[in-house]
Unconditional design. Structure first.
Lengths: 114, 111
């Protein structure tokens, strides 16, 4: 059983388009995250939600809008895609992060902007 | 400000050699958590270990061991008798809700 699943795995699209990435976790965790990994493998947090409430927004352009319909899902919608958005996007979840419970990551979505 | 430094960008070893990946961190928090993750060529991020700031005991899991030293703000990772399957990028991270990742160390184990 997949713990944190993201769809699609690959996304190739043109500049200016709008796209969404979906994330679901079946671990019963309260907290979910989106990270961006650039071409140099650098990983940076974008957003964090706890029980559907936004708790971290790391100065991400407002073209990126996360949505959490329930605590098992955290989707990422991106408007007006730009070349610099090309990256791998990782969803993650954790339970009780304040007590150091580890984040479990999905397999990533590789977004390529033409 | 919090920071994680992995000074080794890439390491190449021959199979069966031991290898240590370095991680140095900065934080003003008295309670904090450190993690190691593995990213194999297939791209997923695999959790390896967590350590909290109050537990300086070293840990061993099979061929993997971790050395946490608060005095030097380091959390180093050693692979004993490396294997080709250990080839991956390894990330050290610090945090709770928000992980600060190091830039990763690419380990190549040659047959």
């Amino acid at each position: 059983d997949t713990a944190v699943s993201q769809t699609p795995k690959y996304l190739v699209t043109q500049m200016g388009n709008d796209k969404s990435i979906k994330c679901e976790q079946n671990l019963g965790h309260d907290t979910m995250y989106w990270y961006k990994q650039d071409s140099k493998k650098f990983l940076k947090i974008m957003f964090s939600y706890n029980n559907k409430e936004l708790i971290i927004n790391e100065t991400v352009p407002n073209r990126f809008s996360p949505k959490s319909p329930d605590k098992a899902h955290l989707n990422l919608h991106i408007n007006s895609l730009e070349l610099g958005d090309s990256a791998v996007y990782f969803c993650a979840s954790s339970q009780d992060p304040l007590n150091g419970q580890p984040q479990h990551f999905g397999d990533g979505t590789r977004l390529s902007i033409l | 400000a919090q920071k994680v430094t992995q000074a080794q960008t890439e390491i190449s070893v021959v199979e069966k050699e031991d290898v240590t990946l370095d991680c140095v961190y900065e934080t003003r928090d008295t309670t904090y958590y450190l993690f190691w993750y593995k990213q194999p060529p297939s791209g997923e991020l695999v959790f390896l270990i967590r350590r909290n700031s109050f537990d300086e005991q070293n840990e061993i899991s099979g061929r993997y061991s971790w050395n946490f030293q608060k005095s030097t703000s380091s959390f180093n990772f050693t692979i004993t008798a490396s294997q080709v399957v250990d080839s991956a990028v390894y990330f050290c991270a610090l945090g709770t809700y928000k992980y600060i990742f190091g830039t990763g160390t690419r380990l190549k184990v040659l047959a």
